[in-house]
Design a protein around this ligand. Structure first.
Ligand code: HEM
Length: 511
């Protein structure tokens, strides 16, 4: 009897040890956050991982290890440690992990996006094709798309703003701005209304899928036992089917246009028509998916948060300074055209950089997996370990930024060398679309600020929160989601604004 009990005890102990083990053994010498058996630190991190990890780093130091379920993860929380690990060790940190929910449930029917692919020959080919399509000369050739889309959004804002009399929610216009830019770039097609059903479908599905990629909302990624409860997987599967549907509609539409010779120049069209392309159908789909989804929530989030801040009392001073700086560089009212060919207003560049830093819309960046051992402060972190960048913590690091809690574009004026912020990540897998995104932000804010005064809403309950954490309505999503707010848009000089819009329209009609 005793032997039987002992046997059962040993079996239970061994089973528990297996369930409770981690992919990489504990790393000697590196502080570790407290964790419970099986779940590790998932309970402590709650729903806002970035904030909880920042608090832990006050106790454990800038870099520590943590267990989430059966995964051991290195977390970097300071500007200097992110630079050390992500930039100085960039060749070792070039890969990405495979995560259960996103890679086996949401994406099983097709290729992953570039940003979710582990490093291999195919990922290298896709990243190279995307980087070529997104380099500076290529982006300059897309400026007519940004011209048209910013024109459409600002024309609609003018139509709806009642000369500053109406409290307005700008979110639909900005979603269309970002999605149309991506669709035109990729498929040569666009939506004419901000309230189109397919547009709403794409925004809804992409936002839901972004939640399946979050570090904090997918415990089944870390605790395999939870995969036995398939409710979440069923929902992920449903979104996958809906995503496949519109991706096919878009790609088939382009193929049809190519066959009829009615297609507009675009990245996918160039690839499809290139007889020497090394990319197969799945890789082309992966690039399309990357391009459609990468800017879809990140760009509107930055513009919406930025507009929200500008509508605050402090934002009024920033707008005034921005307006004066624009007038100084372009006294002849030609800035709407000039901003398409050059970025020559340092204060607006500083303004969008500060928006990117202050709101850091992907607070936990995208995860990495090391492909070689990394030595950090004399500690060896073995190959195959997961690394999470707490980008928000890096961007609010007091050792690096003076008064990081304050929204202050001036911090980016003058000689600012090196990495400005981690909103685009860092190192070998840094955002490939940063230059395009910067041009979209620059053009939009130049035109918006010259065209309108952004005023607080009449109804105070719609006032935009200005603190970055407060302004985010969903901390469990991968990309921050601005809380709904309203503000007023008062044309600075309606006649001039109509002239600018009119000359945009003529340019577009002549294309
Ligand atoms: C303000 C807008 C944007 C923000 C804040 C943003 C942010 C990011 C971040 C944080 C990463 C992960 C970087 C890392 O791991 O170090 C990333 C990856 C990526 N982004 Fe962006 N992004 C934006 C817009 C865009 C746009 C418009 C495109 C292209 C149309 C794009 C294409 C990509 C690609 C291809 C990757 C994957 C890079 C790789 O894994 O090799 N992004 N982005």
């Amino acid at each position: 009897m005793i032997t039987l009990l002992l046997g059962v005890g040993i079996i239970i102990y061994l089973l528990f040890k297996i369930i409770d083990s981690t992919d990489v053994p504990k790393i000697r010498g590196l502080p570790e956050a407290f964790g419970w058996p099986i779940f590790g630190s998932l309970f402590q991190l709650g729903t806002n991982h970035s904030l909880a990890l920042s608090k832990l780093s006050k106790k454990l130091g800038p870099v520590f290890q943590i267990r989430l379920g059966n995964k051991r993860i290195i977390i970097a929380n300071s500007f200097a440690s992110i630079q050390e690990l992500w930039i100085r060790n960039q060749s070792s940190l070039i890969s990405r992990p495979l995560l259960h929910t996103f890679h086996t449930v949401v994406s099983s029917s097709e290729h992953f996006t570039i940003g979710t692919s582990p490093w291999d020959q195919s990922c290298k080919r896709r990243r190279k094709a995307a980087a070529t399509a997104l380099n500076k000369p290529a982006v300059q050739s897309y400026m007519q798309i940004i011209d048209k889309e910013s024109y459409s959004a600002l024309k609609d804002i003018l139509q709806e703003c009642q000369d500053g009399g109406k409290d307005l929610n700008v979110t639909p216009h900005l979603q269309r701005y970002a999605l149309n830019t991506s669709l035109m770039l990729n498929y040569g097609t666009r939506f004419t209304s901000s309230y189109d059903e397919l547009l709403k479908e794409i925004c809804e599905v992409e936002a839901a899928i972004s939640r399946f990629r979050s570090t904090s909302d997918n415990w089944q990624d870390y605790v395999p036992l939870l995969r036995l409860f398939p409710a979440k997987s069923n929902r992920a599967n449903e979104y996958r089917l809906r995503r496949d549907r519109y991706l096919n509609i878009l790609l088939d539409g382009l193929k049809q246009h190519i066959a009829n010779e009615t297609d507009k120049p675009c990245i996918t069209g160039n690839i499809l028509k290139d007889p020497t392309t090394q990319l197969n159908e799945a890789e082309i789909k992966s690039i399309c998916l990357t391009m459609v989804s990468a800017g879809l929530d990140t760009i509107p989030a930055n513009i919406i948060f930025g507009i929200g801040y500008l509508s605050s009392p402090h934002g009024q001073q920033i707008q005034q300074r921005a307006y004066e700086e624009i007038q100084e560089v372009y006294p002849d009212n030609d800035v709407w055209e000039k901003c398409l060919i050059e970025e020559r207003i340092p204060y607006i560049t500083a303004l969008y950089k500060e928006i990117l830093r202050y709101f850091t819309v992907i607070p936990m960046c995208l995860p990495r997996r090391s492909i070689q051992d990394i030595e950090y402060n004399g500690i060896v972190i073995p190959e195959g370990t997961l690394f999470y960048m707490n980008a928000f913590a890096g961007d609010y690091d007091e050792e690096h930024f003076e008064e990081p809690e304050k929204f202050n574009p001036e911090r980016y004026l003058g000689d600012v060398e090196g990495t400005s912020h981690f909103a685009y990540g860092a190192g070998s897998r840094m955002c490939a679309g940063a230059h395009l995104a910067n041009r979209e932000l620059f053009t939009f804010f130049v035109r918006l600020i010259t065209g309108f005064r952004i005023l607080p809403p009449k109804d105070e309950k719609y006032m935009a929160p200005t603190d970055a954490m407060d302004a985010n309505q969903c901390h469990t999503a991968l990309v921050a989601e601005p809380k709904m707010f309203k503000c007023r848009f008062e044309p600075r000089n309606k006649e001039l604004l109509m002239e600018w819009l009119d000359s945009c329209r003529q340019r577009i009609d002549n294309e």
